[in-house]
Design a protein around this ligand. Structure first.
Ligand code: UDP
Length: 301
C-alpha cells in the first residue's frame, strides 16, 4: 500500500504504527503535481483535501487546487493503470440543504462565492470530473459523499466540532457553541465510514453514494452529550455562527443500505467514548505544551 500526502493539514504521527511494514510506504507528495508510480495499481483512493472549515478557510487556494488539479492527476493515474478510482466527496455538495434528509438525487444549495465555496465547489468539480472520466475514458469510478465523521486521530485543533468540544470539556474550558446551537449534524464513527467505503469500492456503483450515520442532533444537544461523557462541568457559551453554516444535515442512506448492504453500527456514545479516550491520552502526553511541534503533535517520524 502506498500513501501519498503533502501533510498540509495531516500529520505523519497518524501513520506511525504502519512505519516499517513491508506492505506500506509513505511518500510526501503534493497530489496537484504530476504523479508517476511504477508497477501495478489496483485502487486509488483520492482523499486528499483540507476537510475542516477552519482549515479550508486558512488554505482556500490549496483546497480548490487539490479538488480540481489533484483530482485530475489522480484520475489520470487511475486511467493509465486501469485502477478503480474512489473519490472522497462530501455532504457539503448539498450546501445549506432545502431537502431534508439529503438523498443523492438532491443537487444542493451551495453559495459558490461564500467562504465555504472553496471546499464545496472543489468537491462538486471533482465529482463532475470523475463522472467525465467515467463516461469519456471508461474509468471505473466511485464517489462517496461523506457526512460528518469523527474518531481517534482527528487533529485536536482542527476546529471541527468533535475535537473542539472534547478538548474544551477535558480541560474544563467553556464549550463554544456557534449560533444558538439549533443547527443539526449527524455523526458517523470512522470505522463505520471505512466499512462503507470498502463496500463501495468493491461494488460497481459509479453514481454517488452517501455514507454517514442518520442519527441527527442539534449542536447544542451534542455539546451537552460531550460534557456528560467527559464528566466535567464546563459551561456552554455562544459564539457567532460562521457564514453559510448549514442549518441542517442528515444523510438519507437508503442507497447504501440497498446497494452495499451497509449501515453504521457504532452507537454515538460508544464512538465518542473511544474518541474521548484518545484525546485524553493526547492531552496527558503534553499536547499543546511548548516543544510539541507547530500543530501540537509530537513529531516522531
Ligand atoms: N461548531 C460549534 N462550535 C465549534 C465548532 C463548530 O458550534 O467550536 C458547529 C458549527 O457551526 C457547525 C457544526 O458545529 O454547525 C459542525 O461544524 P464542523 O466545523 O465540525 O463541520 P461542518 O459540519 O460545519 O462542516
Amino acid at each position: 500500500m502506498l500513501c501519498l500526502d503533502n501533510l498540509l493539514t495531516g500529520n505523519v504521527a497518524n501513520i506511525e504504527h504502519l512505519a516499517g511494514r513491508d506492505t506500506f510506504r509513505f511518500i510526501k507528495h503534493d497530489v496537484t503535481q504530476y504523479i508517476y508510480l511504477p508497477g501495478r495499481v489496483d485502487f486509488i483512493f483520492h482523499f486528499a483535501s483540507p476537510a475542516s472549515p477552519v482549515d479550508y478557510l486558512e488554505y482556500p487556494i490549496q483546497t480548490l487546487k487539490v479538488g480540481a488539479l489533484g483530482t485530475h492527476k489522480a484520475l489520470g493515474l487511475a486511467r493509465s493503470k486501469g485502477a478503480v478510482f474512489v473519490l472522497a466527496s462530501t455532504s457539503e455538495v448539498y450546501g445549506d440543504p432545502q431537502v431534508h434528509p439529503q438523498p443523492e438525487s438532491y443537487w444542493g444549495n451551495v453559495n459558490p462565492i461564500g467562504p465555504r465555496g472553496v471546499y464545496d465547489e472543489a468537491k462538486r468539480f471533482a465529482e463532475a470530473l470523475t463522472m467525465a472520466y467515467h463516461r469519456y475514458h471508461g474509468v471505473s469510478t466511485r464517489i462517496v459523499r461523506i457526512f460528518n465523521t469523527y474518531g481517534p486521530r482527528m487533529r485536536p485543533d482542527d476546529g471541527r466540532v468533535v475535537p473542539t468540544f472534547i478538548v474544551q470539556a477535558l480541560r474544563g474550558e467553556p464549550l463554544t457553541v456557534f449560533g444558538d446551537g439549533s443547527q443539526t449534524r449527524s455523526f458517523c464513527y470512522v470505522t463505520d465510514l471505512i466499512e462503507g467505503i470498502f463496500a463501495l469500492a468493491q461494488s460497481d456503483e459509479f453514481d454517488p453514494v452517501n455514507i454517514g450515520n442518520p442519527k441527527e442532533m442539534t449542536v447544542l444537544e451534542f455539546a451537552q452529550e460531550i460534557r456528560r461523557l467527559c464528566g466535567g462541568d464546563s459551561e456552554i457559551v455562544h459564539k457567532p455562527l460562521p457564514v453559510d453554516d448549514p442549518k441542517v444535515r442528515q444523510p438519507n442512506i437508503e442507497k447504501a443500505r440497498k446497494k452495499l448492504h451497509w449501515e453504521p453500527r457504532t452507537p454515538l456514545e460508544e464512538g465518542l467514548k473511544k474518541s474521548i479516550e484518545y484525546f485524553r491520552a493526547l492531552l496527558e502526553s503534553g499536547w499543546g505544551s511548548p516543544g510539541m511541534g507547530q500543530r501540537g503533535f509530537k513529531m516522531s517520524l
